[in-house]
Design a protein around this ligand. Structure first.
Ligand code: FAD
Length: 384
């Protein structure tokens, strides 16, 4: 095992999910030689459990812009990495069924337009029903739709970035855990992994829901908590028209076509923070109640399979990206709060630029790790 690990590295990325792989690629493309260390297999963490949704409809301007940049990067993913991202731009339809949800959608819509998202549309209920004629619409008051949002393939994006990162000189090691971060006073000195010490001046914490634990290794408080989220897939399901990715904003229920069935997801307000990823069939019941209200034909649906994975939740549901204020050389790229798949392409590029002293295309100051404890932060409210 140790023979695969170098004894020094320009930087060490801890975690080979979609975020670590994107960062490895963008750093390597800019001439750095990162060492990425993944304790399991690349992409086997939260990334493997995710619904593949990629959207630009958020409540904060920075997240709208990050979503737009990620979409652009996914659109030219083949050219950049030589592999397909399996991008399917089927659109995201957000539905409001309460006056509070409608008001929030209206605010989000204005933020999105002001941030330059020109193709997002404010829809009447009839227009929303045209896009999804099988759903119940009598309780709806408003909707928004962005046709360039959609889905991409988590495996495809991870393997595309990892292969391209290697071609540009990154070293990627799987099956090895980072078990200590070495410091010299207020500076990073290296990491210990697989029984070896690796000298490095830069460590980037891309450990997803485990970012808090990796923070502890460096004696740095990283406020990221794991929360279980479920997905269920139906068996073959006939609809008059294949709907876009549809989000019931008031309940957080979402669904989209997957193969010849539907994929359903929803947060469960009763879940407390834990690393538990076992499937709770009570969650299925809770989800199906809401799903069958919105789509009555689901009463007769049969569930083919289901799984659970972890969201990596920060206090304001915004990513935490930048150098730790408490330890020089220790960088954070975590806390994506359930949006890490869609934010990874852009964040990899933006953070690589910041780390190399270049001006990033989007100012990522709103994600600064030192924002907590300095009064109000701007929370992301379009969280599902
Ligand atoms: C059910 C569900 C649905 C979701 N749907 C969407 C969606 O539609 N769109 C979207 O954008 N996001 C979605 N997400 C969120 C998304 O999956 C995550 O935000 C994203 O995958 C985070 O990527 P990551 O690389 O940070 O984390 P991960 O993929 O979890 O990768 C972190 C890696 O770090 C490794 N690691 C941890 N500790 C160590 C260590 N000490 N040493 C070495 N390696 C270590 C882990 O093994 C893991 O592979 C969903 C999540 C879930 C659970």
């Amino acid at each position: 095992m140790s023979s695969r690990l170098p004894t020094t590295a320009e930087c060490v990325i801890v975690g080979g999910g979609v975020v670590g792989c994107s960062l490895a690629y963008h750093l390597a493309r800019r001439g750095m030689k990162p060492l990425l260390i993944e304790r399991n297999q690349l992409g086997a963490g939260s990334t493997a459990r995710c619904a593949g949704g990629v959207r630009q409809q958020f409540s904060t301007a920075v997240n709208v812009k990050v979503g737009m940049l990620s979409l652009q990067l996914l659109e030219r993913f083949d050219d950049e990495t030589g592999q397909s991202a399996d991008l399917r731009q089927i659109g995201y339809l957000f539905l409001a069924s309460t006056s509070q949800a409608a008001e929030q959608l209206k605010r989000n819509f204005e933020v999105q337009r002001n941030a330059g998202l020109d193709d997002v549309r404010w829809l009447s209920v009839d227009e929303a029903l045209e896009l999804f004629p099988d759903m119940r619409g009598d309780d709806l008051t408003a909707a928004t739709f962005c046709p360039s949002d959609g889905l991409a393939g988590p495996n495809e994006v991870v393997s595309g970035y990892a292969a391209a990162a290697r071609r540009h000189g990154a070293v990627i090691v799987e099956g090895t855990a980072v078990d200590a971060i070495l410091r010299d006073g207020d500076r990073v000195l290296g990491v210990s992994a697989g029984g070896e010490h690796i000298d490095t001046p830069l460590v980037i914490n891309c450990a997803g829901p485990y970012a808090g634990q990796v923070g502890e290794m460096a004696k740095v408080d990283v406020p990221v908590k794991p929360y279980r989220r479920h997905i269920f897939l139906t068996e073959r399901f006939e609809l008059r028209r294949r709907p876009p990715m549809t989000v019931d904003f008031a309940t957080s229920l979402y669904l989209h076509p997957e193969g010849d069935g539907l994929l359903l997801g929803m947060s469960d307000p009763d879940d407390v923070s834990s690393f538990d990823t076992s499937v709770s069939w009570d969650s299925l019941e809770h989800m199906l109640q809401h799903a069958a209200w919105r789509l009555p034909a689901l009463e007769a649906a049969r569930i083919r399979t289901g799984w659970a994975g972890l969201y990596e939740v920060s206090p304001d549901h915004q990513a935490i990206v930048g150098e730790s204020p408490d330890l020089a050389g220790f960088w954070l790229c975590c806390g994506f709060s359930g949006h890490g798949f869609m934010q990874a392409p852009a964040i990899g590029q933006l953070l690589a630029d910041v780390m190399l002293g270049r001006t990033p295309e989007i100012d990522i100051a709103p994600f600064a790790p030192d924002r907590f404890g300095h009064g109000e932060t701007e929370a992301e409210l379009a969280v599902i």
